[in-house]
Design a protein around this ligand. Structure first.
Ligand code: 13P
Ligand code: SF4
Length: 357
């Protein structure tokens, strides 16, 4: 009879004294910087978890990587590295630790394994997918290559290892325009994000033909240019000049209405710079984690306007899952990829590092 599945999210720890817990709660309260939602009492409830995770991390020499869309308790409580998909894939490649725990969606943890196959990569939430990476498989790319032979294939990093293995080069939100421009020939296939594909078609117009797949990010697809225009008008009527920052997974009408377009990390850096320069009225057209990092990291006055959208996949991971995966990982929390796929997928990532630098 198969053994019952182990449960996630029910670890109770009695390892720490009241004094340790209070000191950790104060640290968390100070770094998270959201005094109404993350009160000192709330921080006290998570302090035993962050203490134990940080102790285990040191003891077992584990490097914890978190994407910016993870929740603040993970980002400021336990992560060693927080950034966008490009920087995190480099951090995974360059980490000296033998074990990486990747707090994010599955394709990012898979990417860490591809760039450092000799390391153990733990992924606490095996069912945390992504509408882009789940919307295409290796056969879809093979079909495109058959239909359009001898054309370079660029794939967004938001894809499975199997899809990366079929591509010539990988790209991220911070380098897709420059890398695709550098590819040889007058045509290219771009998968799977149709919106990024549309930006590529526009920016490479007259230089290259871009054949685009039909995927989309369910979070960024929600935003519209019309909403930005109406917010701008309303703000203008009050004498407020809005600066709009968008992620390139949004549709082209959104990007055309935006002042700055960039990866999650680029948006955070730009917003912090804007607020430091006194331009405090900022509209963020992206996932909510970006705003949470800006709130935590800004030392200046900020007025974040409009609503963000939450990625249900990114928010699946909790501190309990990280602790459980560190203590006793289930087989599905340890990334395993066929060697043949790793070897091919690594070539597309190495090509990205080469062309991006
Ligand atoms: P970044 O490259 O900006 O981290 O984007 C990854 C992602 O999934 C955004 O939705
Ligand atoms: Fe995927 Fe969109 Fe979530 Fe990013 S925000 S992980 S692209 S579904």
């Amino acid at each position: 009879m198969p053994s019952p599945p182990q449960q996630r999210g029910i670890i109770v720890s009695k390892l720490y004294s009241e004094v340790d817990i209070y000191a950790e709660a104060e640290r968390l309260y100070g770094v998270i910087q959201q005094r109404e939602r993350w009160t000192i009492d709330m921080c006290k409830t998570i302090a035993p978890l962050t203490l134990e995770i940080n102790d285990l991390k040191k003891k077992n020499d584990v490097f914890i990587i978190a994407h910016s869309y993870q929740t603040p308790d993970i980002i400021y409580g336990v992560a060693d590295e927080v950034s966008d998909s490009y920087s995190l894939s480099k951090a995974a490649r360059d980490a000296s630790q033998q074990t990486i725990l990747f707090s994010s969606v599955r394709f990012m943890a898979e990417t860490a394994k591809i760039v450092s196959p000799h390391k153990t990569v733990l992924h606490p939430s095996p069912d945390a997918g992504c509408s882009l990476s789940d919307g295409i498989n290796g056969q879809d790319v093979r079909n495109l290559k058959e239909r359009y032979p001898n054309i370079p294939v660029a794939c967004y990093i938001n894809t499975t290892a199997e899809v990366k293995a079929e591509c010539d080069v990988c790209v991220t939100s911070s380098n897709y325009l420059t890398i695709c421009e550098k590819l040889p020939g007058e045509k290219l296939i771009f998968v799977p994000d149709k919106f990024m594909g549309k930006h590529l078609q526009k920016s490479l117009e007259g230089k290259k033909e871009v054949i685009v797949y039909d995927g989309e990010c369910e979070v960024h697809a929600v935003f519209t240019g019309e909403k930005i225009r109406s917010w701008r008008e309303r703000m203008n009527q009050q004498g407020i000049e809005l600066t709009v920052l968008s992620h390139p997974e949004c549709d082209i009408d959104v990007l055309e209405e935006s002042d700055i377009v960039g990866s999650s990390e680029a948006l955070i850096k730009n917003a912090l710079q804007l607020s430091a320069n006194g331009k405090k009225d900022i509209m963020l057209i992206t996932e909510c984690g970006t705003a949470e990092r800006i709130i935590a990291e800004s030392e200046n006055d900020l007025n974040l306007i409009g609503a963000c959208v939450m990625c249900r996949h990114m928010k699946k991971t909790q501190l309990e899952d990280i602790l459980q995966a560190l203590k006793n990982p289930m087989p599905e929390q340890i990334i395993e990829i066929d060697k043949n796929i790793i070897d091919k997928a690594r070539m597309s990532l190495e090509e990205m590092f080469r062309l991006a630098e």
